[in-house]
Design a protein around this ligand. Sequence first.
Ligand SMILES: NC(=O)c1ccc[n+]([C@@H]2O[C@H](COP(=O)([O-])OP(=O)(O)OC[C@H]3O[C@@H](n4cnc5c(N)ncnc54)[C@H](O)[C@@H]3O)[C@@H](O)[C@H]2O)c1
Length: 382
Amino acid sequence: MSGYQRPLRLAMVGGGQDAFIGAVHRHAAALDGRYVLVAGALSSTPQRSRESGAALGLSPERSYGTWQELLEGEKNREDGAEVISIVTPNHLHFPVALAAVQAGFHVICDKPLVPTLREAQELEAAVKQAGTAFAVTYNYSGYPLIRQAREMVRRGELGQIRKVIVEYHQGWLATEQTGKQAEWRTDPARNGPAGALGDIGTHAEQLATFISGLSLEEVAAELTSFVPGRPLDDDASMLLRFEDGVRGVLTVSQIEIGRENDLRLSVFGTQGSLSWRQEDPNHLIYDGLDKPRQILTRGGPGTGGAANAVTRLPAGHPEAFIEAFANIYSAVADDLAARERGEDINPDYPTIRDGVQGVEFMTRVLESAAANGNWVSLKGSG
Ligand SMILES: NC(=O)c1ccc[n+]([C@@H]2O[C@H](COP(=O)([O-])OP(=O)(O)OC[C@H]3O[C@@H](n4cnc5c(N)ncnc54)[C@H](O)[C@@H]3O)[C@@H](O)[C@H]2O)c1
């Protein structure tokens, strides 16, 4: 095998023992055989980093104590990592990603991209200058039936879009929590200024714009911290104005007891509507005007090329979270393979631009909430 037909060499920052999303990234990267994990700086202390690397079978010299050592070490090896995956708490995304991009690595970074718009813009400028690939793991856009929904909207099967509703309901932060994931997410210094808004609201915003193909123009928001003493929002609701007069509602919460990862999306047009739920991701409901309801199944009859291109298993064998992540990882691998062949493909994964847009959204929502829910513009400031 030559060039990027062989697996890409991947290094990971974050994702040590007991971490949540790092393991999901590793499974996703491995799923299609497009990556091999060669190095890591996996935890917040050098000792834990090395222990985590040993547990994954990394060689001792590539199981680094810090991310700075990792970038330096991998840059100077002939067989060094080509892609860096960043799965740390949010405040580290910016320094790690900026240094990685400036050193010429391709990057796959989790969301929210960075805490502030200034950092987002600086990072985007660095990516442009380096010409490297940069993906943001807005993984929900990788689900086959989300691709199907986008294709149906594009084909006009809903008519003119009128309204988009996105909800992301969770209940795991309904009380004060001291667990690993909760601890940094409720600390502004490590999480950034947007709580539930940054953690799951950015997913919801990306999904709404991804499926509708519309840009978001204005937002009016209310943020609440229900848990006493919590410095960040744990509940956020807002009205949205998209281009072309399309309206929207976005609501996210982490205090709704009993809700797990209840992400729901509905799109309404003049000729029909679509609805999808992350907790039942292999079904997509389509209601045509005055027509009987259709329930499309992933891999089943009626799904089109966009969905089938990212479907692995026959209908009825569930695919979900890890496969959706894998679709993003493999799209990055496709992009790098095409670049190596000298081709310019339009990469079908969320890029640095989507990441910046998410940070701009967070920033404007925070401004609106601080101004008692006034409408704030998102036009052209990202
Ligand atoms: N796309 C998604 O669906 C999704 C889901 C969960 C989390 N996330 C994002 O992924 C990131 C990680 O979240 P998580 O829930 O896995 O958090 P986590 O607390 O479970 O894991 C974070 C990991 O980063 C490590 N770390 C901390 N400081 C480090 C440093 N200086 N160098 C190297 N490693 C360091 C920690 O030791 C830990 O292993 C966050 O940005 C979060 O928003 C995305």
